[in-house]
Design a protein. Structure first.
Length: 688
């Protein structure tokens, strides 16, 4: 242990203290935390009362972070598989034995073809240090296949970049000044709690809140209006709103002329979407479409809080583009309380080249594997179009056996006896159960990190509050150790976490600044696009994108329109929004949260339940050609007729019959961003 850790340990045992932290999870709020430490042990995690966005409050999940860090099932030592893959049978080994065994196996594979090795990671931590820094350096030096990290947000990200030039939007705090807020594809109470508090402030000031979502969420319950459109039809609704803006003369022609490119072509397209056509496609009332357009045009300033739920269908990217264009047509961007927010992550000046060192690839240009098609890709043989068969997987910050689409194929791939799998984890997840080695990783309370956000514009620091539990090591240290075992001597592999963190922003934001109060706010205009100035090549909102053309509505991969034969056999559309007390597959094993959540549920409308003889609380079989999922039915008008809501994402081994909702999802991709279509699925339901 180094001297700084010794000093911290001495302080921990001397007196209670408060350590500054940041929530690491895949949520737009990125809360500032305070960790209370007594006698070297974390006893409480709470929101920082002075951080403007957090204002002292944490969600139910993260407020139980101490329970998660000291969980009795925490992986505390390196483990080596001794039973069949998937059985979760391991023996404890030393770090030396684990590292040597892993390095020997990876080295042998790399000697044949390093592209047969694949890293698999996502947002188990959103930190710039423990996420993709030392790990990326290791795999770049190795020459492993690259991973296309698409599983959550890439459709919306590519859409925003095509339209605005980057992942940028309005400041979350300025929603308090809006007169109308469209909460579109977001259950903010569950997944964006601190935005919801701002929306409530706007409501108290007289703002109208409208929730646009196929499901009647907890957020929809608290809004003035809920518009329950069919899954995947958001683009059609956006075109219908444009139609009404045009025919009623509600356009800001000056803003369009000065700050957009390509409006005439979209103008003509929108005129083909009168409210009656929109209503038929979306399952809405035509007058409701007219009323929404009127409110959006006349209740100034109007703002849209878009979230990622609505981009998880075939046409999700085009839908995001169409919605992002709306505030440019009305001139909503002229006001700081007007505009749109999907992601603010593009504002942050992150020096990813310094963190990840792609220069270590040299002249090599490895193939790229899409994480959303890992089920198919693990089952592929070597071929000229694909490259070598995947022989090794190193998984960190992710649980693909639970979260990747079409899990029957994912499970089959991970069960291959000839696949060498290493998993860095806190717990024996569904994925870890299939590993050859499981390496114990630290939690957020045990390591240093720095964080950006995609819901606000503050950079935060996370200081280690306690010593690593058991033999856990930070991700960075694990990859440093592997690099040393592989014989990599480049100086970047010797850099400490502090040295990596200091490189994150190229010196524009320093560790000293972050440590002064725990966060630094980016210096940005309050109304960022009041006079245009989008970060696109033209400086305008690019309606006619050089790469993607003019956006349009695309029906789902699976629907009565696009696949009528399939819809005849599987007449119910299914979406799989997250259960309120989990964050993707994180926290599923925290008993207090699982007790609150109860059990895996499928929400089904009373009409659909009655016609199938399904009773509330009964076990049902949800099925399609890809598989079947057993769970408990919740007969409720939270589901609209013709749509069922499979709340996820439960670990497979904690669900009925060892499955979860991803038994039913497919690997077809979105129109932009190569992302999965979790909310573009047809199923049938039967009483068990």
């Amino acid at each position: 242990m180094n001297s700084s850790v010794d000093a911290r340990s001495a302080m921990d045992h001397a007196a209670p203290r408060i350590v500054r932290g940041a929530c690491p999870h895949d949520c737009p709020d990125t809360c500032a935390m305070q960790v209370v430490v007594e006698a070297g042990r974390a006893v409480r995690v709470q929101g920082h009362p002075e951080h403007p966005s957090t204002h002292g409050a944490l969600c139910r999940k993260v407020s139980r972070y101490v329970e998660r860090s000291y969980h009795p099932e925490r992986v505390l030592h390196p483990l080596k598989r001794v039973g069949p893959k998937g059985a979760g049978q391991f023996e404890r080994v030393s770090w030396d034995e684990a590292l040597e065994g892993i390095a020997q196996r990876l080295g042998a594979i790399a000697a044949r073809d390093p592209e047969a090795i694949l890293p698999y990671s996502y947002a188990g931590t959103m930190g710039l240090v423990q996420g993709e820094s030392m790990a990326a350096r290791f795999f770049h030096r190795l020459g492993a296949s690259l991973l296309d990290r698409t599983i959550c947000a890439s459709a919306g990200a590519e859409a925003l970049t095509a339209t605005y030039g980057g992942k940028v939007g309005m400041h979350v705090e300025h929603f308090a000044e809006s007169r109308l807020i469209l909460i579109w594809g977001s259950n903010s109470i569950a997944s964006n709690l601190h935005f919801w508090s701002v929306a409530q402030e706007a409501k108290r000031r007289g703002a109208r809140l409208v929730c646009i979502d196929p499901r009647r969420t907890e957020t929809a319950d608290k809004c003035h209006q809920h518009i329950a459109l069919r899954p995947g039809t958001d683009g059609a609704l956006a075109l219908g709103l444009m139609h009404e803006l045009i025919v009623n003369g509600w356009l800001d022609d000056d803003y369009i002329e000065r700050h957009t490119l390509g409006w005439p072509a979209l103008h003509e397209r929108a005129l083909q979407w009168p409210p009656e056509r929109v209503a038929a496609e979306c399952g809405l009332d035509a007058q409701g479409v007219r009323d929404l357009a009127r409110d959006y045009a006349t209740m100034t300033p109007a703002a849209i809080r878009l979230n990622y739920g609505m981009q998880r269908a075939r046409g999700g990217g085009n839908a995001v583009r169409l919605i992002a264009i709306l505030p440019c047509l009305t001139g909503a961007w002229r006001h700081r309380g007007g505009g749109m927010l999907l992601s603010s992550s593009g504002w942050f000046p992150v020096d990813r080249a310094a963190l990840q060192r792609p220069d270590l690839l040299g002249h090599r240009r490895p193939r790229t594997i899409n994480m959303s098609t890992i089920g198919d890709d693990l089952l592929r043989e070597a071929s000229p179009g694909f490259g070598p068969k995947i022989e090794a997987l190193v998984v960190y910050n992710s649980n693909p056996v639970a979260v990747a689409p079409e899990s029957p194929k994912v499970v089959q791939g991970f069960a291959r006896e000839d696949l060498f799998t290493v998993v860095l984890e806190h717990f024996l997840t569904d994925t870890a159960d299939h590993a050859d080695y499981v390496l114990p990783a630290t939690t957020q309370l045990e390591h240093l990190d720095v964080h950006t956000s995609y819901g606000h514009t503050d950079v935060l620091i996370n200081e280690p509050a306690i010593d690593p539990v058991g033999e856990a090591r930070p991700n960075t240290q694990i990859f440093r150790d592997l690099a040393a075992r592989m014989g990599y001597t480049e100086p970047c592999f010797a850099e400490t976490d502090e040295e990596i963190a200091a490189q994150a922003f190229g010196g524009r934001i320093t560790l000293a600044q972050l440590r002064e109060r725990g966060w630094v706010k980016l210096p940005l205009p309050e109304a960022p696009f009041a006079s245009g100035g989008f970060p696109s090549a033209s400086g305008r909102c690019e309606i006619d994108s050089p790469r993607h053309g003019v956006p349009d509505y695309l029906p789902n991969h699976e629907s009565a329109t696009s696949t009528p034969g399939l819809a005849a056999r599987y007449p119910l559309a299914m979406i799989s929004p997250p259960a309120r007390n989990f964050l993707n597959s994180s926290f599923v094993n925290v008993k207090s949260l699982r007790d609150i959540e109860g059990e895996p549920l499928l929400e089904i409308h009373p009409e659909d339940a009655a016609s199938r003889g399904i009773a509330d609380g009964g076990v049902v079989r949800v099925f399609n050609d890809r598989g079947e999922y057993w769970c408990t039915a919740r007969v409720s008008d939270r589901a609209r007729p013709g749509v069922v809501n499979g709340l996820g994402i439960w670990w497979r081994k904690l669900g009925l019959r060892g499955s979860n909702v991803n038994e039913l999802t497919h690997q077809h991709l979105t129109d932009l961003g190569r992302a999965p279509c979790f909310y573009d699925v047809l199923v049938e339901v039967a009483a068990a």
